[in-house]
Design a protein around this ligand. Structure first.
Ligand code: UDP
Ligand code: MG
Length: 354
């Protein structure tokens, strides 16, 4: 990742470390949770609020988005920063941002060398954000910056993460229907009572963004990861607008990837420390079912009631036993990995009163 100021040369002109994959950056992030010592004079310079905006080829929207952000945040009377993360855009997005930065000191730009995906952009944005409150927002003008004050109020009600709920969603039905299904399943499986997990507009307390580890395409499940770390999750209905320029960056592939990511989100939270409870349960169930079936057939065979050569169920029983043993073995291997990693375990301590 390369930090740019309006005056700095293009990244290809100067040596810069290649961007690390999101996983590596996440591993490096934990120790940096504490802020470095305060700079410049006695007055604190940290912003109260950081807006993190991931963007990929959104050149037409950026100017208008910036105007709306300025208008909304200007009325809030607090220190803020606008963190644009250019996720390897191939259009003029970066140039537009650089021009905007000349007119507004609140703007900071992070530019990836290539397109890493929204999760990577958010992850780096979370790492760099300095505000006590961090708001994320899509760059395509579908989210309304005017919602930011209400999101902040909702945080003040005692939540650590407030997720927007696009109750009236302005997207084609090919997107809204599967998304409803996903949200329903995710809410059921995780026990988090919100309606819209993947809304781009969200507000977080600083602690949340500094502890949630995002990689792959897990941005859809930030509330799941945060909930698992013990943070309080709230929801607020927000306006949603149709996409004005450009087109959605996620095609139909989002659905099956979203489903696999749900498995990852569940597995790396609920079962991360006890893989055998998941695999072992199904493994044992399969072995028991297989033994019961084959045992029954063996008795019938012994009594001369059946011939095993014409009972496909016999093979089914054998398959269940083998698959079951494999499941148990995978669970045990998982336990071994989990045990060797246990030293790295971090628990979320909310307060430490001495
Ligand atoms: N985005 C990104 N990197 C990507 C894909 C998307 O930073 O690889 C940004 C995109 O520019 C937008 C936000 O993520 O600001 C949401 O993307 P999009 O509007 O395409 O998603 P949708 O609204 O269709 O869910
Ligand atoms: Mg969009």
């Amino acid at each position: 990742m390369t930090e740019q100021t309006p005056d700095s040369p293009e990244p290809q002109d100067r040596p810069a470390a290649p961007p690390a994959p999101a996983q590596q950056q996440n591993q490096q992030r934990r120790p940096q949770q504490q802020r470095p010592q305060q700079q410049r004079g006695n007055q604190p310079q940290w912003p109260d609020l950081s807006v993190v905006i991931p963007l990929y080829n959104e050149e037409e929207s950026l100017k208008e988005l910036h105007q709306q952000l300025r208008w909304a945040l200007g009325r809030m009377n607090l220190r803020y920063e606008l963190l644009f993360i250019d996720d390897g855009s191939t259009d003029r997005s970066f140039q537009v941002l650089r021009d905007l930065k000349r007119t507004d000191k609140h703007i900071k730009i992070i530019r990836f060398r290539r397109n890493y995906g929204k999760s990577a952009a958010l992850s780096v944005g979370f790492e760099k954000a300095q505000g006590n409150i961090v708001v994320t927002l899509d760059a395509d003008l579908q989210d309304d910056p005017a919602e930011i004050p209400s999101l902040k109020k909702r945080l003040d009600d005692g939540f650590d993460l407030v997720s927007g709920w696009k109750k009236k969603r302005r997207d084609p039905i090919s997107k809204t229907l599967p998304s409803r299904f996903f949200n329903f399943v995710t809410a059921r499986l995780t026990g988090i009572r919100i309606h819209d997990f993947n809304c781009g507009l969200k507000a977080y307390r600083r602690e949340v963004v500094k502890s949630v580890k995002l990689y792959g395409e897990l941005h859809r499940y930030v509330p799941v990861l945060a909930h698992w770390e013990g943070f309080r999750i709230g929801e607020m209905v927000v306006q949603h607008r149709p996409r004005k320029f450009g087109k959605s960056k996620f095609g139909m592939g989002r659905f099956w990837r979203g489903f696999l990511d749900l498995l990852t989100a569940l597995f790396t939270t609920r079962y991360l420390r006890r893989p055998l409870h998941l695999f072992g349960f199904w493994g044992l169930a399969a072995v028991c079912a297989g033994l019961a079936i084959d045992g029954w057939l063996a008795i019938e065979w012994y009594l001369g009631l059946t011939s095993l050569s014409n009972r496909p169920l016999f093979l089914g029983g054998i398959l269940l036993i083998i698959v079951g043993i494999q499941f148990i073995s995978i669970g045990l291997l998982g336990e071994i990995i989990s045990k060797t990693r246990a030293v790295e375990t971090e628990y979320q301590v909310r307060e430490f009163i001495k």
